[in-house]
Design a protein around this ligand. Structure first.
Ligand SMILES: [Zn+2]
Ligand SMILES: [Zn+2]
Length: 305
């Protein structure tokens, strides 16, 4: 399979001279099994370019089939979907998978097509769209690929995915806070407070962390949310993002082969990202896995291709 990055940014798109090399589009990763349909992870603004590329092939004449795994429905992971060209061509089949709370999945996606936000209603898109609501711990197949998921520590609800296909595995773990200081997802937290957590919360976080390590076990590639520096995390632990150190710890425990820093903060310039990568590489100089930082256009071949 091949893994290609179309959007690597968190929170909001940030085009401009300072972000040219890493790219300014929000989260979108394409997993392309050998001789099979694309599996897309997240539909941030990066999915627009991917959609244009797909229209050059079978999607252009309405014979394409794609699956989109959504980590969660915050804007930076869904806001590219209305600009995904294959959805406008009759005959294309698009399957959308996500975990949701309290609302039907299709309703959540329809809302960003409300006339106040976008001129074309979701129901007027011509492709054949199917929504698949996931439960925690869901396991399923997309063609010959096996997909598993795990819960993450993030406001509202977010999940990580593992895709096993062509004798290799990729794990996408964005967005998540570390599993130490607070449990996110219940209520809106306006001001963070560090302190001793009640034992049931500690054990819930420990179970969540164990689930993530198990999901990433021996993965060929682990893509991990590293939006924060340690100082930024200290100021905003309730935002639901990690530091490179957190990603490195999980990569070590799970014995992955390659770790990829992902979901770069919007204010991070290309030079900032270079520095973060260089510092993280020093930390793992004695480790067995390799470390890269995601940029638009990065393509990582894994297993049989
Ligand atoms: Zn995000
Ligand atoms: Zn989020």
């Amino acid at each position: 399979m091949k893994v290609r990055f179309w959007g690597v940014r968190g929170s909001i798109p940030v085009p401009g001279r300072a972000t040219n090399r890493y790219g300014g589009n929000t989260s979108c990763v394409e997993v392309r099994p050998r001789a099979a349909d694309p599996i897309i992870i997240d539909a941030g603004t990066g999915i627009r370019h991917l959609g244009k590329a797909l229209m050059e092939g079978t999607f252009g004449d309405g014979r394409g089939k794609a699956s989109i795994l959504i980590s969660h429905t915050h804007w930076d992971h869904v806001q590219g979907l209305p600009f995904f060209s294959p959805l406008y061509r009759a005959g294309n089949q698009v399957h959308i998978f996500a975990r949701q709370r309290d609302m039907h999945l299709e309703a959540v996606f329809s809302q960003q097509h409300d006339a106040a936000y976008f001129p074309v209603p979701l129901s007027a898109m011509h492709a054949d769209m199917h929504f698949h609501e996931l439960v925690e711990g869901a396991r399923f197949h997309i063609g010959k690929a096996h997909v598993t998921c795990a819960r993450l520590n993030h406001p509202w609800v977010a999940i990580a995915y593992r895709v096993d296909v062509d004798g290799a595995s990729v794990v996408y773990c964005s967005d998540t806070a570390p599993f130490t200081d607070m449990l996110l997802g219940r209520d809106f937290i306006e001001r963070p407070s560090f302190g001793t957590l009640p034992p049931p919360v500690q054990s819930e976080l420990a179970a969540m962390r164990a689930g993530v390590v198990a999901l990433a076990k021996n993965a060929d590639l682990l893509i991990y949310d590293t939006q924060f520096t340690p100082e930024e995390y200290q100021a905003r632990p309730h935002w639901g993002h990690s530091r490179p150190d957190d990603a490195i710890e999980i990569a070590r425990e799970a014995k992955v082969k390659q770790l990829c820093l992902f979901h770069h903060a919007p204010m991070r310039s290309d030079d900032d990202n270079d520095k973060i990568l260089a510092a993280a590489r020093e930390l793992v100089s004695a480790d067995k896995f390799t470390l890269v930082s995601a940029y638009e256009g990065l393509e990582i071949p894994l297993g049989d291709q």
